[in-house]
Design a protein around this ligand. Structure first.
Ligand code: HEC
Length: 457
């Protein structure tokens, strides 16, 4: 899929540095109208340069869009364009809109999520993301643990009062033998990672003689029942509102045939998926997942990692795959790992704490604000990677709250409507004058706007 290739090829943004907008060939081979998976807004992309019709159709299909060969998008009201280059061929997506308040989020959607270069239209000319009202992308909903009585006919749950408790989170699982969808809201889960439909691997519904092999069928049924208990079903089953994301549990035939090879390698634990986040099994009904200490756990959330990996290694071997083929593969989940491994450098654009305690950042309004020790890791996703050791202060805006503007938050004072996540109670440790601290501010989870080392006044 083109997007996947480009995600690797396009140079990665450092900090909030503006990307060069490339000069693109004028001729347009065709265009594609589609709904953007991330912003859920209508968009249209022009294919500039040496594209074949086949290549255009392939790219457009991957977005579930509609192709027009030989014609440009020509939209009337656009905020700007997002541009990608691949081997001398260019895609220029028109980002429709007429609200200058959406310029900042459109820029971030293009550059942080899409890894493109943003070329503003006059309405967003000289984009000032500090004016941004944060519209556009879906707001990440923090996980909650939901407890309820078991469904009629099911045995009592393991929690007090016989209840069944389930984290509403991508890495969450309900009790083994139960269905996640019966005990948690998938709507919340679908805000925690971009959800969009993706076709299965070709020929996924072919007849598979292994289904007649009782030993194989038994393992397959176990794998399916494990996944059925986890939040993966929210996007990987036919109940996903706009269709399943690639492989899906209730696919006709053998659902394993819907995976691309890389998905199988993730199942086998051949690719490090610890960046996706994990609960300890004792808080997750016995289900574990890859963690920085155990990066070669299968990508699946399971009560038996060894058994799950064995199943997928067998599948990989049958497909002729070898572990070396996936060595060092990491950036498979867009910005997740790249952000976790990000090392900040000194603040250069006036970011930091003013002598009267106001926190100044750049890049637009914020939902999450951290002050960390200089050497702390960069925070990313809950539940285990969003509060790194060395966090001194962390405050959040709840999903329904209004994000903060730069300069309106004072160190140690939680703004009205905000929530302090660290320390659990009381004010944070005072900053020591002259010492360096890591200022980490995001528009939302995985959308950093300022990440740099400031010196306390
Ligand atoms: C909020 C939606 C969502 C949830 C929840 C979700 N996924 Fe996915 N998953 C996706 C999307 C979208 C893709 C397709 C990515 C692409 O190809 O662009 C995907 C792709 C995959 C792939 C294939 C990757 C590849 O490169 O072939 C695997 C494996 C996978 N998911 C595993 C999981 C597991 C395991 C869980 C549960 C722990 C899970 N997913 C939960 C949305 C989701």
């Amino acid at each position: 899929m083109l997007c996947r290739i480009m995600c690797v090829l396009v140079a990665v943004l450092g900090g909030c540095a503006k990307k060069e907008v490339p000069v693109i060939p004028e001729e347009i081979a065709g265009s594609c109208r589609y709904e953007n998976r991330f912003s859920r807004k209508f968009e249209c992309r022009d294919y500039h340069g040496d594209w074949t019709e086949e290549q255009i159709r392939q790219d457009c299909d991957s977005w579930g869009g509609e192709v027009t060969i030989g014609q440009a998008c020509n939209l009337e009201q656009v905020l700007g364009y997002c541009i990608w280059e691949q081997e001398g061929r260019y895609i220029r997506a028109s980002l429709p809109g007429n609200d200058p308040g959406a310029c900042g989020s459109t820029l971030r959607g293009c550059e942080f999520f899409g890894r493109g270069a943003f070329d503003p239209a006059p309405i967003c000319g000289g984009v000032d993301p500090d004016q941004d009202r944060g519209g556009g992308l879906v707001v990440f909903q923090q996980p909650v643990r939901r407890c309820q009585d078991p469904l009629p006919g099911e045995p009592p749950g393991r929690s007090p009062g016989g209840q069944v408790c389930t984290w509403e989170m991508i890495s969450g699982a309900t009790e083994p033998g139960r269905r996640f969808a019966d005990y948690a809201s998938c709507d919340r889960v679908r805000t925690q990672r971009p959800y969009y439909p993706v076709p299965t691997a070709p020929g996924a519904d072919r007849p598979d003689e292994r289904l007649q092999d009782p030993e194989y069928a038994q393992e397959l049924a176990w794998v399916r029942s494990q996944i059925e208990s986890t939040a993966c079903v929210c996007c990987h089953s036919s109940s996903a509102p706009r269709g399943p994301s690639n492989w899906y549990l209730d696919a006709p035939g053998n659902f394993i045939n819907g995976f691309f090879d890389r998905g199988i390698a993730m199942g086998a634990g051949w690719i490090d998926t610890s960046g996706l986040g994990a609960y300890p099994p004792e808080e997750n009904n016995g289900f574990s997942r890859a963690t920085p200490d155990n990066p070669h756990h299968t990508i699946f959330v399971t009560t038996d990692d060894a058994r799950m990996r064995r199943f997928f290694v067998r599948e990989a071997e049958r497909r002729g795959l070898r572990q070396e083929m996936f060595a060092g593969m990491r950036y498979v989940f867009g910005p997740i790992d790249e952000q976790r491994l990000f090392r900040p450098s000194a603040c250069t654009r006036g970011e930091g704490v003013t002598p009267d305690g106001r926190i100044v950042w750049r890049g637009g309004r914020a939902r999450y604000l951290y002050v960390l020790e200089e050497g702390a890791a960069s925070p990313t996703v809950p539940p285990n990677l969003d509060l790194p050791a060395g966090t001194i202060w962390r405050i959040d805006v709840p999903p329904e709250g209004e994000p903060w503007a730069s300069g309106t938050v004072r160190y140690g004072q939680v703004p009205a409507g905000g929530r302090q996540r660290f320390p659990l109670s009381g004010p944070p440790a005072p900053l020591v004058s002259g010492r360096r601290y890591y200022l980490y501010v995001t528009a939302d989870i995985l959308q950093p706007v300022t990440r740099c080392l400031m010196v306390a006044p």
